[in-house]
Design a binder for this molecule. Structure first.
Ligand code: ATP
Ligand code: MG
Length: 209
């Protein structure tokens, strides 16, 4: 099992699948149940994460796909070292909005997947990855309803490619990242309940040991 005593839970899915909504819900529910929880996200709040957000919103232009993949991997290792690993070592539950599978899907669809996998090989696997399964049309509708600035990967044809890429890497890394698919098309409450029950199964497994 993992090096730290805590547990590392990740939410993944295409843009608009609800990862940010459900990360917040899960953090709140686990806290209410008495767990020490750290909620976080990738790109992280660290220096490379800030750079990545600028690239994703096109405030920073001219970053090639390869450089973007390197920045994501660098941000991930920085995020692990500065926030995730210390929290896990203290026995906390860390819930992250996106992680390795996001890079394998988004960067791996434009670059050799093996290279993106190699860049991410040093990142510890998640103890549980909840993959929010939502069709491209529903996710697109939600993003448009939400509004806000458009990002680099927002266009619908791109999102169809992202969904295919996620499908591929979720299957390939299902065991390594402990992926559990969750139907993300239900109401926020229904999706949150399913996610909480999966997370509680993981956390109660620890207590029985
Ligand atoms: N189960 C749901 N049903 C209906 N609307 C939802 C559901 N979950 C989230 N939403 C809404 O859809 C929009 C997108 O959700 P959210 O921002 O959580 O997605 P996301 O996966 O984080 O997107 P992104 O990848 O763009 O950050 C938000 O306006 C949110 O309130
Ligand atoms: Mg989000």
């Amino acid at each position: 099992m993992s090096a730290g005593r805590g547990r590392f839970i990740v939410l993944e899915g295409i843009d608009g699948s609800g990862t940010t909504t459900q990360t917040a819900r899960l953090v709140a529910s686990l806290r209410a149940a008495g767990h020490a929880v750290v909620g976080t996200r990738e790109p992280s709040e660290g220096p490379m994460g800030l750079l990545l957000r600028q690239a994703l919103t096109r405030r920073l232009v001219g970053i090639s796909d390869r450089v973007l993949a390197l920045l994501f991997a660098a941000d991930r290792l920085d995020h692990l070292a500065s926030l995730v690993e210390p929290a896990l070592a203290e026995g906390k539950v860390v819930v992250s909005d996106r992680y390795v599978l996001s890079s394998l899907a988004y960067q791996g669809m434009r670059l050799p997947l093996a290279w993106v996998e190699a860049l991410n090989a040093a990142a510890r696997p998640a103890d549980l990855t909840l993959y929010l399964d939502v069709d491209v049309r529903t996710a697109s509708r939600r993003r448009h309803a939400r509004g806000g600035p458009t990002e680099l990967f927002d266009a619908d044809p791109v999102q169809r490619a992202v969904a295919r890429a996620y499908g591929r890497v979720v299957r390939k890394h299902a065991r390594a990242q402990r992926v559990v698919p969750v139907d993300g098309t239900g109401t926020p409450d229904a999706v949150a309940a399913e996610i909480l029950s999966r997370a509680q199964a993981l956390l109660s497994g620890r207590r029985r040991k």
